[in-house]
Design a protein around this ligand. Structure first.
Ligand code: 5GP
Length: 117
């Protein structure tokens, strides 16, 4: 498994990022090309290229990302109005960075999603 994605470099502080949260399991930082007024990426420190690589006996890896995203949304006053979390898996979903991550999008009404093309 590659440990050389851009997100690994951010975790290792080899390239800068606007980090908004970090603990022993995960890091969260602002997306460089935000698709909403608030666009934060939650990334596990454990190397996993896609959701397909999540071991059956390790659901907590994704659970921690979801809990951290919801906690962040609440702390930022975004939870009441709402937000979206997204995980893109492989090319048809548009995944571009092959280290598992969860997008938190918020801060404005969001368009619909999931249509082909
Ligand atoms: P994906 O398309 O793989 O689901 O999402 C990858 C996300 O990473 C994209 O939204 C993209 O804008 C973001 N991204 C790519 N390179 C960088 C970077 O160097 N720094 C930050 N903060 N975000 C990045």
């Amino acid at each position: 498994m590659s440990e050389d994605t851009i997100f690994h470099k951010i975790i290792r502080r080899e390239i800068p990022a606007e980090v908004v949260y970090e603990d022993e399991h995960l890091i969260a930082f602002r997306d460089i090309a935000p698709q909403a007024p608030v666009h934060v990426l939650f990334v596990p420190k454990e190397t996993l290229a896609t959701l397909n690589d999540l071991p059956d006996d390790r659901p907590e890896i994704v659970g921690r990302l979801a809990v951290a995203a919801a906690r962040y949304a609440k702390a930022q006053g975004l939870a009441e109005k709402g937000y979206r979390i997204v995980m893109n898996c492989n090319p048809d979903a548009g995944q571009t960075v092959y280290q598992l991550h969860l997008h938190l999008l918020a801060g404005a009404p969001l368009g619909r999603f999931g249509t082909p093309g």
